[in-house]
Each structure stands twice: as structure tokens, then as C-alpha cells.
Design a binder for this molecule. Structure first.
Ligand code: ARG
Length: 281
């Protein structure tokens, strides 16, 4: 008899624990539903997702002074520049940390597409082609393209006409590459970074490079043997640079537009642009 009671008690215990188990299961399921309903399972690259993860991931190609470049500051290799100041301000406004991912320029939009990056600030022109792939904010800076040469070619290359049939260095996947393609008989060397182009120019493997004016000026300032061809500007049909986010990420785009408008109103963009130009020489 006592044995039977004992067995019964064990059974009761086992059953009740099973029931408790079931209960938690149900609760967990309910919890999951409420998560979905309250929007907790948001994509990490949306405005809400960024706030939830506590950081915004910036993709850039840090080979483009004064927009973004590596610099040794306090003995440490850091990514600095005009675009980086903008990114820091955005992170601050959103109340999150800034994480910078440095990659090749032509891989940036893919990084948005896969959700690896939250935004791209890389002196990027919003071309109609790119607008099919990503959302772009309003223009935060107007730019033009110009030509960088070795000083030894100063008399040889003075006009756009002189570029015909020349070996031209450009960064891969850029609007400069598109501009170069329009030049008659040009031999185009597409490289993954701007310092590569500069190296090829210094060693005279190419005749010239097409770059954004501010960038060409930065490289000319830092390299005594290089110079910008005065008065030559090339139209890519997409002047001005903007921030890119994943296609359809509209709430974040709007928020970034508000921040850009605010930066323009405060005159901070001009200030950072001047500071970035002073940084690189
Ligand atoms: N403005 C050009 C473009 O949008 C080149 C930008 C290159 N940017 C860079 N960080 N390397 O195609």
C-alpha cells in the first residue's frame, strides 16, 4: 500500500512537472507572438533596428581624402575625414555607437543589400543606376571632376582634348570610370583604391587620373610631383554626393535627410570640409 502511494506521488510529480513544462512552452510561444506584434524582430539596418543594436554600421572606402582617409593620429591608424564627421554626428543624433567598415568602393552597395552595412558615406554620387540598387539621401556636398597629372606632363595635358588616347587611371566602379569611358581612345586602368592610382601616376605608368576636385587637390598637396590641371572639369552627369542606405529603408532615409538639413542650417558641413582639408597634407 505504502509502495502504491509512493508510486502515485512520483507519478503526480512527473505529471505536474510535465504540465509546468507545457505552460512555459505556451508562454514562450505567446512571448514570441508579442515580440512580433511589438515589432521587436525588426531588421537590424532600419532606424529601429539600429537603435535596438545600439550602433550604426558605416561602410566607406577610406582612400579618398578629404572625404575619408587613413591617418596616424596619436600613434594610431584611424579613419578620418569629412564623411566621418558626418557619420559621427549621425550616430550621436541617433544615440548609438559608430562602427566603421572600410572596404573597396565597388563593394559598398552590395554591403547595404546584404544588410552588412547600415549606411554608406563615401563621397558617392547618386547616379540613376545606383538609385535602382539603394536609397539615397539629399545631396550633402556638391562636387566636380578634374584631372590629376604628374608635373612632368604639365605642358602635355592642359585641356580635356589632351586626354584623348591617354592612359587614364580611375577607381573601379566609380563615376570617374564612366567619365573616362567617354574619352576617345583612352586606355583605362581601373584600380581598387585611389592610392594605387597615385602610385601609378608617380611612376608614370599612366598619364593622368580622373578624380573629384577636392580629392585630386588633396593628393596634389600631399605629393610634390603631382598637380591638378587647372581649369579642367569633367561632367559625369551626377555631381554632388549623398548617403546611401538599403533600398526601401525609407524611415532611415528620412531621418538622415532631417540630419543633413540640420547640418546645413548649422553651417557644420562647411566647417568640417575645411577641417578635413587641413588634416591631409
Ligand atoms: N564620387 C565617385 C562615385 O560616386 C567616387 C567616389 C569614391 N569614393 C571613395 N571613398 N573612394 O563613384
Amino acid at each position: 500500500m505504502t509502495k502504491k502511494i509512493g508510486l502515485l506521488m512520483v507519478l503526480v510529480l512527473v505529471l505536474s512537472s510535465l504540465l509546468v513544462g507545457c505552460g512555459t512552452g505556451k508562454e514562450a510561444a505567446a512571448d514570441n507572438n508579442s515580440k512580433v506584434a511589438s515589432g521587436a524582430e525588426v531588421e537590424s539596418y532600419t532606424l529601429e533596428g539600429i537603435k535596438e543594436k545600439g550602433k550604426i554600421i558605416l561602410g566607406t572606402s577610406a582612400d579618398y581624402p578629404p572625404f575619408e582617409t587613413h591617418a596616424i593620429i596619436d600613434g594610431k591608424d584611424q579613419i578620418v575625414g569629412f564623411d566621418i564627421e558626418i557619420a559621427k554626428y549621425i550616430a550621436e543624433e541617433l544615440g548609438v555607437e559608430l562602427e566603421i567598415v572600410d572596404m573597396e568602393f565597388d563593394k559598398l552597395l552590395g554591403g547595404l543589400e546584404t544588410g552588412m552595412l547600415d549606411m554608406v558615406i563615401a563621397g558617392m554620387n547618386p547616379t540613376p543606376e545606383r538609385e535602382k540598387e539603394a536609397n539615397f539621401t539629399d545631396i550633402y556636398f556638391e562636387t566636380t571632376h578634374t584631372v590629376l597629372i604628374h608635373k612632368d606632363s604639365a605642358s602635355e595635358i592642359t585641356t580635356v582634348e589632351d586626354l584623348k588616347g591617354k592612359h587614364i587611371g580611375v577607381q573601379m566602379g566609380t563615376t570617374q570610370e564612366e567619365v573616362a569611358k567617354t574619352i576617345e581612345n583612352a586606355e583605362i586602368l581601373s584600380l581598387s583604391t585611389n592610392p594605387d592610382i597615385v602610385m601609378n601616376l608617380k611612376t608614370k605608368k599612366i598619364h593622368c587620373a580622373i578624380m573629384e576636385k577636392a580629392v585630386a587637390q588633396s593628393f596634389a598637396k600631399a605629393n610634390d610631383d603631382l598637380m591638378v590641371v587647372e581649369g579642367v572639369t569633367l561632367d559625369s552627369g551626377a555631381e554632388g554626393v549623398a548617403i546611401a542606405v538599403k533600398k526601401g529603408n525609407d524611415e532611415l532615409t528620412e531621418k538622415l535627410n532631417e540630419i543633413i538639413a540640420d547640418l546645413k542650417a548649422q553651417g557644420l558641413l562647411e566647417k568640417w570640409y575645411v577641417e578635413a582639408n587641413e588634416l591631409y597634407n
